[in-house]
Design a protein around this ligand. Structure first.
Ligand SMILES: NC(=O)c1ccc[n+]([C@@H]2O[C@H](COP(=O)([O-])OP(=O)(O)OC[C@H]3O[C@@H](n4cnc5c(N)ncnc54)[C@H](OP(=O)(O)O)[C@@H]3O)[C@@H](O)[C@H]2O)c1
Length: 304
């Protein structure tokens, strides 16, 4: 019998599992995603994070459909997040784009729909300069249409969140941004909590991930202090890092396409870090982004 995943209640009234499976992979590895989703659901994940821009919603949809068909889960037990890409911010594009995602995901609604970034581009990839408040009106509309249960944003900074929150009729339920032991983001996390917006951590492994090189800042992968903590709790360094985020009331969406690492990343609920050990993990902060979004830095509303 699998452990039940703890959930957090969103401002929309719906519950979100506090760990989800990330699904971003480079295009050439797209075919691995369907199997990863199946392994994830078998391991106990009930929350899957996808995005239109990953171009693998079809793979995610197949994985979900096969586990529903097996009888392992029902649609209602799953929490699926999709995201609106930056070239679809025009109000009329939003419901159409979500319907397209739903088609690939083989779903009739998503649990959470996010504006992926606060900036926008047109068909020629030039700055479209669409105000995200206008896009938000269309996001509110997809809730009213029953296409999304909750809505939120991603990669918004504090000023952008404040402006959106003030203008919103339906308040954003979630803000997804980069948070990890090497990018602790205390200010933005605290601000989200003040507004009852749940922070969701992408790239939650930070420099603990086997695919990230910190240009000489790989200390966290080898530092004996973190090794001692891992030994003390009988867990891996990555599990210590993910547990640290969960204990800060941050939802995590680690990605793996490896069966054992998918299971490893989920096994976070049978131990608790002591306060002094939370402080140790916190001390690895380097304020270093894995995803600085440099290619977009010339666009209006670039958040970093
Ligand atoms: N909203 C946004 O703008 C945004 C941006 C980026 C990401 N995201 C979402 O957030 C998810 C997570 O972020 P991410 O994929 O960039 O980074 P991540 O989850 O922090 O790290 C993923 C990388 O770490 C490796 N890894 C996974 N588990 C591991 C473990 N236990 N030990 C060592 N290495 C491990 C994975 O390789 P293996 O697969 O080989 O295990 C993969 O290379 C994405 O997949 C996506 O769904 C959202």
């Amino acid at each position: 019998m699998l452990a039940k995943v703890p959930t957090v209640k969103l401002s929309s009234g719906y519950k979100m599992p506090i760990i989800g499976l990330g699904t971003y992979v480079p295009n050439e590895k797209c075919h691995e995603v369907q199997q990863a989703v199946k392994w994830g659901i078998e391991a106990g994940y009930r929350h899957i994070d996808t995005a239109m821009v990953y171009r693998n919603e079809g793979q995610v949809g197949e994985g979900i459909a096969s586990k529903i068909k097996d009888g392992l889960v029902t649609r209602e037990e799953l929490f699926i997040t999709a995201k609106l890409w930056i070239d679809k911010h025009a109000e009329n594009d939003v419901p159409y784009t979500l319907k397209q995602s739903l088609f690939y995901l083989k779903l009739t609604y998503v649990d959470l729909y996010l504006i992926n970034w606060p900036f926008s581009v047109d068909d020629c990839q030039e700055d479209a300069g669409i105000d995200y408040i206008d896009t938000w009106r269309a996001m509110e509309n997809v809730v009213k249409l029953g296409l999304a249960r909750s809505i939120g944003v991603s990669n918004f900074n504090k000023e952008q969140l404040e402006r959106l929150y003030t203008a919103a009729e339906i308040k954003p339920a979630v803000c997804q941004f980069e948070i990890s032991p090497t990018l602790t983001q205390h200010d933005l996390v605290n601000y989200c909590k003040q507004l009852s917006i749940v922070p969701v951590a992408y790239c939650p492994l930070g420099l603990l991930s086997n695919s990230r090189k910190g240009k000489g800042k790989d200390l966290i992968k080898t530092d004996p202090k973190l090794g001692e903590l891992a030994q003390k709790y009988g867990k891996s360094r990555v599990q210590i890092g993910l547990r640290y985020l969960i204990q800060r009331d941050i939802t995590v969406i680690p990605k793996s396409t490896n069966k054992l690492r998918i299971q490893e990343n989920f096994n976070l609920f049978d131990f608790e870090l002591a306060k002094e050990d939370m402080d140790i993990v916190d001390s690895y902060n380097l304020n270093l982004r894995c995803l600085p979004g440099r290619g977009f830095s010339n666009l209006k509303n670039f958040p970093f």
